[in-house]
Design a protein around this ligand. Structure first.
Ligand code: SF4
Length: 332
């Protein structure tokens, strides 16, 4: 049975902040927070769809800062979701939410526990205090550390979200953030290269010429490195790059937004691994063994790995091998 998330957007509602990059209304395309009745309707409507597709979903409260919303409203949403998890466990097998690190304490975690929350994702964005402050996050990295520890102590799965290319950011700071995520024991992560959206503080800075995010190629290189780090630490990257909805696309001023960003970054990561291996071998011709699902990573986006390695004097053929990530053999 396939696993998915059924996302319910709680747009900007309850958020005490106005981060430099955020315009939640634009991102979600939704203006009013859904009522518990709306959520009940959505979950009911999705039941036959999930059954037909043989899928199980976690009910995901995303978009704003779930634990910062009015307690009564949050509890009603949780009760609604919990009802479906209790009564339709084959279709709904958990509840997850995203929130701010400084909106986590024991009182709220007790409530989430009571209503069957399984995963809590923290929008950490960076572990660098200067980046956090320049981007008006309103919390420091200590808040991320404390909230993460508390979430783990309660037995929830911990998700950590980071951004790359924020105001004042550098690739080195992003790498350091990833290292800290690993040390904090993240169970999953999301990586969002900054997209500069109209109507945000970053948008203003960009229009005044005072800020530009990382370039596309720099972002791909960085994301390839981050993917490699998390893969090595066996932490799934459940999302790379923003997905859009509503009128988001028409509001992009700059930054990196590409529908195939993950595929491109995975290809780049694999290119670096192949190149390192081939450089070290002293040979020029190779067989590359990989599982069927990794073939596009090995070839690279639009076969760019083949072309780049060939420009370096290497040639290779791909051979499918079940369960193999990457194995390279020199051939005479
Ligand atoms: S905390 Fe989240 S919802 Fe609130 S402004 Fe920042 S990014 Fe947007």
């Amino acid at each position: 049975m396939k696993q998915t998330n059924l996302s319910i957007f709680i747009p900007h509602y309850g958020c005490p902040n106005c981060c430099s990059f955020c315009n939640q209304r634009t991102i979600s395309g939704t203006k009013e927070p859904p009522s518990p009745e709306d959520v009940h309707k959505t979950l009911s409507e999705q039941l036959p769809v999930l059954k037909e597709k043989d899928m199980t979903a976690e009910i995901a409260f995303f978009g704003g800062s779930f634990t910062a919303v009015d307690r009564e409203y949050m509890t009603e949403l949780l009760k609604t979701a919990h009802y479906f998890v209790e009564n339709y466990p084959h279709q709904y097998n958990g509840i997850r939410c995203s929130t701010r690190p400084d909106c986590i304490d024991r009182e709220v975690l007790d409530i989430l526990k009571r209503y069957g929350m399984t995963t809590i994702e923290l929008g950490a964005q960076s572990m660098d205090n200067e980046v956090l402050s320049l981007n008006r996050r309103g919390h420091d990295n200590e808040a991320v550390k404390q909230a993460s520890a508390l979430i783990k102590e309660y037995g929830f799965r911990l998700g950590l979200q980071m951004m790359t290319g924020l105001y004042g950011d550098t690739p080195e700071k992003c790498i350091a953030t990833a290292r800290e995520f690993i040390a904090l024991g993240a169970d999953c992560v999301r990586i969002y290269p900054t997209v500069i959206i109209k109507g945000t503080y970053l948008g203003e800075l960009y229009e005044k010429g005072e800020y530009e995010s990382f370039g596309f190629d720099e972002t791909v290189d960085l994301c390839a490195e981050l993917l490699g780090m998390f893969e090595e630490a066996q932490i799934p990257v459940i999302r790379l790059g923003l997905h859009s909805g509503g009128d988001f696309d028409g509001n992009i001023l700059g930054g990196v937004y590409h529908p195939a960003l993950r595929e491109i970054a995975e290809g780049r990561m694999t290119f670096e691994r192949m190149k390192k291996n081939m450089d070290a071998s002293g040979a020029k011709r190779f067989k590359v063994y990989t599982d069927r699902r990794n073939i596009s990573r090995v070839s690279g986006h639009k076969k760019e790995n083949k072309v780049k390695l060939s420009n370096l004097g290497y040639s290779f053929v791909i051979t499918e091998e079940n369960g193999t990530d990457l194995r390279i053999e020199a051939v005479p």
